[in-house]
Design a protein around this ligand. Structure first.
Ligand code: R5P
Length: 359
């Protein structure tokens, strides 16, 4: 049976940094379509790769190898790609130009799929430092380029929706993936879940309530850029043998290092687990994670592939990468077929959720 959607036929296009993830999304999508008997006459999803390149003066150029007119377009891009020499700025330019190309060549709708939403950290004017609200500027540029919708993963700022005005933002996070991973600790009174700072508290509260575990929060200060100190841990670690530390991202690794060090100073934990949605794969973080494993009993560091992970991190035996392609394929499937997303979100957070991961 041909795949029919009121939004037009599907096209998934990948900018170069998003290609690996996009291939995983397409594979999952085709499985979903086959399960529902919505295969598209054996031709599979129209998948466009290699759409961006560079002129010799380093300008970005995008060319669409096939017609997208009348289609429902999803453009996948990894804005931060430490496995390539392309910068965040290069990748953002490629995304904007790809969106404009789909728009100008007649796509019905254009959805940007940006699992790691770069430029979200400057989210307010910082008094004294004269910083602009760069996150808003980047949202304005994406809207001006022509996006109709944004799909993203665990944005640094939950209120990011406000920056996109009437352009819908679908923001999913790693809660479902992390709940599956740590289900074995459910209800144990010798386990504590820790938020390194106030920014992580809501996520940690949802997680600890779902698994019926107590929680604690760190009072974090940054004495210098890329360094963190936990001045106080609010919540008792007494009698705890296991700690699970959750955050949105590992950048320099300073936050994770400081919080685990503070935990171990308060009580001798037998094991510590660290989990973050995004790992920027910086060298400083690699060194800190190694030290956490060797000196502070960190047994496992869980991250996801919202950012392509470098060999240096993949080779560390205690780092494990959870895959987001399955969830993103489900979201694309539901958007493309005008199906509600709420059921997916509920399913992902239910205790008996089966993995929708996979590369
Ligand atoms: C801070 O607000 C974030 O939630 C993370 O805690 C932070 O970005 C991690 O950065 P780093 O690894 O450099 O401490």
């Amino acid at each position: 049976m041909a795949e029919v959607s009121a939004r037009g036929d599907l096209v998934i296009a990948a900018c170069r940094s998003g290609e690996r993830l996009a291939r995983g999304i397409v594979a999952h999508y085709e499985r979903l379509a086959a399960q529902e008997g919505r295969g598209d006459d054996g031709q599979g999803v129209l998948f466009l790769e290699d759409i961006d390149s560079r002129f010799s003066d380093t300008e970005t150029i995008v060319q669409l190898p096939q017609d997208v007119s009348g289609r429902d377009a999803f453009i996948v891009q990894a804005l931060h790609d430490p496995t390539s020499r392309r910068s965040v700025d290069d990748n953002y330019a490629a995304l904007l130009i790809a969106v404009r190309a789909c728009r100008e060549w007649g796509a019905n709708q254009v959805t940007a799929v940006l699992p790691y939403l770069a430029y979200a950290r400057q989210d307010k004017p910082a008094p004294g430092r004269r910083e602009p609200t760069t996150a808003k500027l980047m949202a304005d540029l994406a809207i001006a380029a022509g996006i109709d919708r944004l799909v993203t993963w665990h944005p640094h700022l939950r209120q990011i929706h406000g920056f996109y005005g009437k352009t819908p933002v679908i923001a999913v996070d790693s809660m479902g993936l992390f709940l599956q991973e740590f289900e074995r600790f459910r209800g144990r009174d010798d386990v504590i879940v820790v938020a390194p700072d106030a920014g992580a508290l809501k996520f940690v509260t949802r997680f600890s309530q779902a698994l019926n575990l107590p929680s604690a929060i760190g009072s974090k200060v940054r004495p210098r850029p890329e360094e963190a100190e936990i001045s106080e841990l609010i919540g008792s670690v007494d009698g705890k043998r296991v700690a699970i530390v959750l955050d949105d991202m590992i950048s320099s690794g300073g936050t994770m290092f400081a919080v685990v060090e503070a935990l171990q100073q308060q009580g001798a934990l037998a094991s510590v687990f660290v989990a973050a949605s995004h790992n920027l794969c910086l060298e400083a973080a690699r060194e800190r994670l190694l030290a956490l494993n060797e000196r502070f009993g960190v047994e496992e560091v869980l991250v996801t592939n919202t950012i392509p992970q470098t060999r240096a991190f993949l080779e560390m035996p205690f780092v494990r990468v959870l895959h987001v392609a399955g969830v993103l394929a489900e979201i694309i499937y539901r958007v493309h077929h005008n199906r509600p997303l709420s059921a997916l979100f509920e399913e992902m957070e239910s205790s008996d959720a089966t993995a929708v991961g996979g590369e």
